[in-house]
Design a protein around this ligand. Structure first.
Ligand SMILES: Nc1ncnc2c1ncn2[C@@H]1O[C@H](COP(=O)(O)OP(=O)(O)OP(=O)(O)O)[C@@H](O)[C@H]1O
Length: 571
């Protein structure tokens, strides 16, 4: 098949892993500011935590100076120095404890707020963008990546304290011996340069691991949802375990190990330089004695913070990779839909030359829907019929406003739909799609008058009273058969009392008796209430229950006829 030029639907989407075409929408990787992100969560706590960390770094340096003074003292000042030491030590411990607590709190806030932010972004994003990002990436972000960022936040006080301690000690060293200070700074630059080189390569592996991690989450979800299939077939289970799940676990492990090893080598290079420098100063240049003792105290104190910083740098690298993934995904989901609009009365909906296309990267094939012209009036029952894959569900997503047309337009009550009006369009609908989700309660309906009684009456009509009931708006159970859960989804949809209902092959899993209740009783009742209903169906026995039958083939409407005329049984 010839590859079609325009790919408008996929062009709305994703960051690197998903669609390079999107690159302009996503911020360049270097833009990600971890500190900015943490600061934004709670500026007051961040400022207080940072201030206490910095102060504790400074008091730690004061301790080194006091130790040095005590070592050089002739005994006269010892009591005064001792008292000062005790005071500074107590303040240091208090500051370190306070910064630990504050950053711990900030870490939990970052975790909670980032999760809430991702959830809000997903909720506000267009359905198509969410579908293209995929559940695996969203799940990985909400668990693994967010946790990596929060872990770094908890380590931030130590990092900051150590950074200040290193700077202070270097300053003190400069005062003791400018030449030694310059030597220390020069060698530290060599150490840091080596580390940066290694960490650059490491980041490449860590980013690759992030991409594989999305695949891993997808396999893990297949492991749970595909348990039945895997248990029935040992070969399938073994193949899945070895070549799919196992291979992905292994590739994440390999990429992460490479990244972490490179970071460890970078840290080792840094430590080597530090110890080399200390050795040179103590054993070669100063030649021992009292002068050497003064330098030794400072240099030995420096080792601890420097080693700790080098140890924390990999965490920083991991958190930056996680932060970039977060930023890319948010950019991919950035096209926020307009905020929910107040309900509007429904007088008519029309699709004019509406099109939509899906591009499948794996098969390099395009599915095109439309151009479609279709109109709905209040109180109409419209059957949408056609073969598998002909585009019925996609058309229903366009009708309901879940997808925006790529070309053509939708008119709601005669007004062209865009932005906030599309939100109003969605507000007209209740739908039960094939992949419906049954919430554990009648969410969005709490406080509605007589809710439990109305729900239980509908449950009784669908012969589910012996299985489930509604109390305080909650279903007593959701452990039901697929057909039974679909009946509950229908109960929820009807109770929402929206003017337009969509049922996507609702009756496919139902017994003949329930099919009859649905087609011969519920649909006429909904019509009598003035509801418009779009019924996607293959049940040609019941097509006479509709006002119109719309036929689809290969993404096109091939007939739109009053019920009872021609083309019966096409589906
Ligand atoms: N989320 C998606 N991403 C990419 N392609 C999709 C997506 N959903 C559907 N398609 C493609 O669009 C075509 C139409 O699918 P659609 O679900 O609209 O058909 P349908 O008529 O409802 O089929 P069925 O009767 O089997 O439910 C299919 O060929 C499918 O491959």
């Amino acid at each position: 098949m010839e590859r079609p030029a325009p790919r408008p639907s996929d062009a709305q989407t994703l960051a690197p892993a998903l669609a390079p075409a999107l690159a302009p929408a996503a911020a360049p990787p270097g833009d990600f500011s971890l500190m900015g992100l943490v600061f934004a969560q709670n500026p007051v706590v961040f400022a207080a935590a940072a201030a206490t960390s910095l102060a504790s770094g400074a008091t730690a340096v004061a301790l080194v100076v006091l130790i040095n003074l005590a070592l050089m003292s002739d005994g006269e000042n010892l009591l005064r120095l001792g008292l000062a030491f005790a005071l500074v030590a107590a303040v240091t411990v208090a500051l370190q404890t306070a910064s630990g607590i504050l950053f711990g709190r900030l870490g939990q806030e970052v975790l909670a707020r980032l999760r809430a932010r991702i959830a809000a972004t997903v909720e506000a994003a267009p359905l198509r963008a969410v579908e293209q990002v995929g559940p695996a990436r969203i799940q990985a972000l909400l668990t693994d990546d967010v946790f990596t960022i929060a872990t770094l936040v908890v380590r931030l006080p130590v990092l900051l304290t150590n950074a200040v301690a290193i700077s202070g000690c270097l300053g003190y060293l400069a005062w003791l011996s400018p030449a030694l200070f310059l030597g220390a700074v020069g060698l530290m630059a060599v150490g840091v340069g080596g580390y940066m080189l290694a960490s650059g390569r490491a980041r490449h592996h860590l980013e690759h691991a992030g991409g594989r991690q999305d695949a891993l989450f997808s396999h893990l979800s297949a492991l749970v949802s595909g348990t039945k299939e895997l248990k029935l077939n040992r070969d399938k289970a073994q193949d899945f375990r070895t070549h799919h799940l196992g291979a992905t676990i292994e590739s994440v492990r390999r990429a992460r190990t490479r990244g972490i090893t490179l970071l460890a080598l970078g840290s080792a290079w840094g430590s080597l330089i530090i110890f080399g420098f200390i050795g040179l100063v103590l054993f070669v240049f100063t030649g021992g004695g009292a002068v050497a003792t003064g330098y030794a105290v400072v240099l030995l104190y420096l080792v601890g913070p420097l080693a700790a910083v080098l140890e924390d740098l990999p965490r920083l690298a991991l958190a930056r990779v996680a932060g970039r993934r977060l930023q890319e995904t948010e950019a991919a989901l950035a096209a926020h839909e307009a905020a929910p609009a107040p309900p509007v009365p429904f007088t008519g909906l029309a699709l004019e030359a509406v099109t939509h296309a899906y591009w499948d990267d794996r098969t390099s094939e395009m599915f095109r829907l439309g151009p479609v012209d279709l109109a709905f009036r209040p109180g109409e029952i419209v059957f949408l019929v056609g073969g598998n894959g002909s585009g019925k569900t996609t058309l229903a997503k366009l009708v309901t406003g879940l997808y925006a047309p790529e070309s053509g337009q939708v008119l709601l009550n005669g007004v062209p739909v865009d932005g906030a009006i599309r939100s109003a369009q969605r507000g007209l609908f209740s739908a039960v799609f094939g992949d419906f989700h049954l919430f554990e309660s009648l969410v969005g309906l709490s406080g509605a008058p007589d809710l439990d009684a109305r729900a239980n009456r509908l449950i009784a009509r669908l012969a589910l009273t012996h299985k489930v009931s509604v109390e305080d708006g909650r279903f007593s159970t959701r452990d039901l058969s697929t057909g039974q859960r679909k009946r509950l989804a229908l109960v929820a949809a009807v109770l929402e009392d929206r003017p337009f209902l969509v049922f996507d092959e609702w009756a496919a899993d139902q017994d003949p008796a329930f099919k009859t209740v649905f087609y011969r009783e519920l649909l006429p009742e909904l019509k009598a209430l003035g509801k418009t209903v779009l019924v996607i169906s293959h049940d040609d026995r019941y097509f006479d229950c509709g006002d119109r039958i719309v036929h689809m083939e290969s993404g096109r409407i091939t007939a739109d006829l009053p019920a009872g005329t021609g083309r019966r049984g096409v589906a």
